[in-house]
Design a protein around this ligand. Sequence first.
Ligand code: SF4
Length: 146
Amino acid sequence: MLEKLYSRFEWLLVKADPVLQKIGYEKLDRPFAGVEKVTKGFLLDSQSCGQCIVGYTGLSCPMNCPKKMRNGPCGGVRPDGRCEVDPEMDCVWVQAWEGNKRLHANNYPIQIVQPPVDNRLLGHSAWLHELQKKRQTISGLNDDAV
Ligand code: SF4
């Protein structure tokens, strides 16, 4: 349900992008980041890294990993699936694997290698960052077509 909700929301954001651009991403960053912190914090225990990859990790936020692993578990996961560093918590990557299996029966986006965390984006809006990336990709494709 969350994934469907997000894809609707993403579609809306893409449609609204020309207006958002006119207002200016810099002006919008703080309010957007604030809304994200509350909603994604509540729903996904998001840590507001500003470069969200939960779409690839079965909706498990990897920034909750004490070692901030972005591409799978550290290798120290306990036999019961708990974290090596904090035995009170489940390993976020065990949760990610299970979540990914539930969401993507035959397709494992979790296997796509993610770039390292860009600390300049911490606390900024991941939604606006994603929109910017999409726009750059599209304009790159258009440039290639010319
Ligand atoms: S066991 Fe999992 S959550 Fe704990 S440090 Fe390793 S990867 Fe991170």
